[in-house]
Design a protein around this ligand. Structure first.
Ligand SMILES: *Cc1c(COP(=O)(O)O)cnc(C)c1O
Length: 362
């Protein structure tokens, strides 16, 4: 039996063990084909079933109807940063962006290369420790769209309300909290996320888009850059990342098997309560970097009293079977990522480890 650790990596990140076992079982002979999914045609009935199921499960879990197109694209979430303005920032109309840290900043950078971005709000003034208040956002009514990053993987903040501005389509980068809780996905015109945080291995970016927004794609772009190409061909215009889509499908089935988003949300809530509970008990030792009302359920960021203690905690944790607790290189500190596939047991055990570490190293 392989030795598995509690993997708190921020992305690529831990996958459900049940899913990995299915992949292992089906690797050499996918359902009697005598081939692995990696070796079958993306035009075969077997792959067609995988692709159709993955699209249907995405809609089912999000509670969306078939007005929404589901696409599995390549180039990661980072490519969407460019494709969004390429497709929707037409006729001098700009997108409005809320800058809540590294990934939003990168999305804005691409928009600025491609016609410009309107800054609707920002938390840069306080090192991105908070999510701006919706009432304070400046979203011109003729904006091509409003773009937000629902969970800020690096800064450890998360939107807990959905901004709605009449007539302005809402686009969200949900890379690190997609399908982690119940929200009204129907309020969004476009949702996208790199699979490698909460959906599967790296290699695809899930894009969910309402048909009304799809119809607004600008003409004249190369086929691969036009969302209409991928929606019409169900992500099969060119060869898709078939192994990744297959594993995403298994993860979606796993989420459904857990009881869907209601059940997943309940577990995720318990997990984050355990870690934030510990931090609130010892606020001078585990110093949260996010403002309380903006705390992320998925990526919990903190600093210890000094960098030597942070290094020691990371090293001791690794020796004790807890991996991936190092904060992003741009911010340092400790980051506990609690994606769907991290068990409640993992959160409990790492909290117990951290409390013991504090006792011994105070
Ligand atoms: C990881 C991440 C990205 C980048 O995703 P890629 O698939 O590597 O391009 C973008 N946005 C957020 C919020 C992320 O967490």
């Amino acid at each position: 039996m392989a030795k598995r650790i509690f993997n708190f990596n921020a992305g690529p990140s831990t996958l459900p063990l049940d899913v990995l076992k299915i992949v292992q079982n089906e690797l050499l002979d996918y359902r009697g084909t005598g081939m692995s999914v990696m070796e079958i045609s993306h035009r075969s009935p077997e792959f067609d079933e995988i692709n159709e199921s993955a699209m249907a499960l995405t809609r089912e879990l999000m509670g969306l109807d078939d007005k929404y197109h589901v696409m599995f694209l390549t180039g990661g979430a980072s490519t969407q940063f460019a494709l969004i303005p390429i497709n929707f920032a037409a006729d001098g109309k700009k997108g409005a962006y809320v800058d809540t840290g590294t990934w939003s900043t990168k999305a804005i950078k691409e928009a600025n290369i491609l016609g410009g971005a309107h800054l609707a709000g920002s938390s840069k003034d306080n090192e991105y420790r908070y999510i701006p208040k919706i009432a304070d956002l400046d979203v011109p009514s003729d904006s091509a769209f409003l773009h937000i990053t629902t969970n800020n993987t690096i800064k450890g903040t998360q939107w807990h309300e959905t901004p709605e501005f009449a007539g302005v389509p809402l686009i969200a980068d949900m890379s690190s909290d997609i399908l982690s809780r119940q929200i009204d996905f129907g309020k969004y015109a476009m949702i996208y996320g790199g699979a490698q945080k909460n959906l599967g291995p790296s290699g695809t970016c899930l894009v969910v888009m309402h048909d009304d927004l799809l119809q607004k794609c600008k003409d004249g772009n190369p086929s691969m850059w036009d969302y209409r190409t991928h929606a019409a061909k169900k992500s099969l215009y060119n060869t898709p990342p078939s192994l990744t889509i297959y594993i995403v499908k298994l993860v979606l089935e796993w989420i459904k098997g857990q009881g869907g988003l209601a059940a997943v949300e309940k577990t995720n809530q318990s997990k984050k309560d355990i870690i934030y509970g510990l931090m609130d008990q010892y606020p001078d030792y585990f110093k949260g970097t996010a403002k309380k009302d903006s705390r992320s359920w998925m990526n919990i960021t903190m600093r210890l009293p000094n960098e030597d203690l942070e290094k020691k905690l990371i090293a001791d944790a690794k020796a004790a079977g807890f991996g991936g607790l190092k904060g992003h290189r741009s911010v340092g500190g400790i980051r506990v990522s609690l994606y769907n596939a991290m068990s409640l047991e993992g959160a409990q055990k790492v909290a117990a480890f951290m409390e013991e570490f504090k006792k011994v190293n105070s």
